[in-house]
Design a protein around this ligand. Structure first.
Ligand code: NAD
Ligand code: ZN
Length: 351
């Protein structure tokens, strides 16, 4: 088959590799019908994720058709259309059972197995992929859910909902500010209403992304990078600050923006991946009684979010802005990597 293979920082190629095979009885092999590119793939390509080494197939989001299943697979059958969760987990270890499948202990105790760390399994930017623990890592797609919408459920929607809305402890009537209107921040905005947020304030430097934010769930938008941004947020909250501030960028400046705009007793939910240390002004956080939450996506809400997408209660399809053939993955990366000029949010590659 053909696949996009990582060859060290800055280098990748669409090349011939051996077809994936069933290895364990709990595996499935899936033909990729649609996949996409995540900001994390760009981090891996830059060399920011050392666990991903030369020869690894990239990608952790995908929708496909099951080609083969191992003898112990019970819930998934050959021919099923499925979503591939970006975290592949056993479902039975202590972490899986306590709602932390991103720390699954399977596979010789390596924590955090899965596409995101990438050290054990090949990815989805390929014609086919082997999925460990298929019963727990694949979700059958109901008829009528298009690939465009389904592929957002591999990573982006669970990340936004779990790490922004759920960890942020959004409650009915809350005002939620989301700093960063990339795919992840937009998914926070699209799901904040599930817990009853009354106001959802999108904050970004990019006007184009703020416009999209208003169509997927934001009630207000604020352009950052101006002197007025903080006052605009304060005006929307009677001067108190927001109940929940979600960091969906991954840089110290936007983390600080969240600390500045959260009200006393509120929550800063950090979703962004920082890569390096962020300074915390503990005095400031202490005096405001601020809770800070963070973590790696678990994808344990994927099934619930899928039901809502199937009922058209979540605008997942709105995120796909560009389409390519899977074999044209290099052009897809160029478009996605140059989002400032191409206005790309998610690029869909179909097999
Ligand atoms: P993205 O780069 O597409 O979007 C970031 C957005 O932030 C852009 O719209 C950009 O204009 C905006 N931005 C940049 N600087 C800003 C500033 N100073 N003020 C306001 N806005 C600013 O990223 P994404 O794909 O949406 O991902 C967001 C973050 O989530 C990344 O750090 C990513 O690595 C992380 N992530 C975390 C998890 C997890 O498990 N916690 C999973 C997936 C992604
Ligand atoms: Zn991702």
């Amino acid at each position: 088959m053909k696949a996009l293979v990582f060859h060290g920082p800055g280098t990748k190629s669409w090349e011939e590799v051996p077809d994936p095979q069933l290895v364990d009885a709990t595996d499935a092999v899936v033909r990729i019908d649609a996949t996409t590119i995540c900001g994390t793939d760009l981090h891996i390509l830059k060399g920011d994720v050392p666990a991903v080494t030369d020869g690894r197939i990239l990608g952790h989001e995908g929708v496909g058709t099951v080609l083969a299943v191992g003898s112990a697979v019970r819930n998934i059958a050959v021919g099923d259309r499925v979503i591939i969760a970006c975290i592949s987990s056993c479902g039975v270890c202590t972490y899986c059972r306590s709602g932390n499948p991103s720390h699954c202990l399977a596979d010789e105790g390596a924590p955090g197995i899965g596409w995101i760390l990438g050290h054990l399994i090949d990815g989805t930017q390929a014609e086919m992929v082997r999925i460990p623990f298929a019963d727990n890592s694949l979700y059958k797609l109901p008829a009528g859910v298009p690939d465009d919408a389904a592929v957002l459920l591999s990573d982006i929607f669970p990340t936004g909902f779990e790490m922004g809305v759920r960890y942020g402890r959004v409650k009915p009537g809350d005002t939620v500010a989301v700093v960063g209107a990339g795919p992840v921040g937009l998914a926070v905005m699209a799901t904040a209403g599930l817990y009853g947020a009354a106001q959802v304030i999108a904050i970004d430097l990019d006007q184009n992304r703020l416009e999209l934010a208003r169509t997927v769930g934001a009630t207000h938008s604020v352009v950052s990078g101006t002197d007025a941004w903080k006052q605009q947020v304060m005006d929307l909250t009677d001067g108190f600050g927001v109940d929940v501030a979600v960091e969906a960028v991954g840089i110290p400046a936007t983390f600080q923006m969240c600390v500045d705009l959260v009200r006393p007793g509120g929550t800063v939910a950090n979703v962004g991946v920082h890569g390096k240390p962020v300074q915390l002004d503990l005095q400031d956080l202490w005096i405001k009684n601020i809770a800070i939450t963070m973590g790696l996506v678990n994808t344990d809400t994927l099934g619930m979010l899928l039901k809502l997408v199937a009922q058209r209660k979540l605008p997942a399809e709105a995120f796909v802005t560009h389409r390519f053939a899977l074999s044209d993955v290099e052009s897809a990366y160029e478009t996605f990597g140059d989002a400032a000029s191409t206005k790309a949010i998610k690029v869909l590659m179909t097999g």
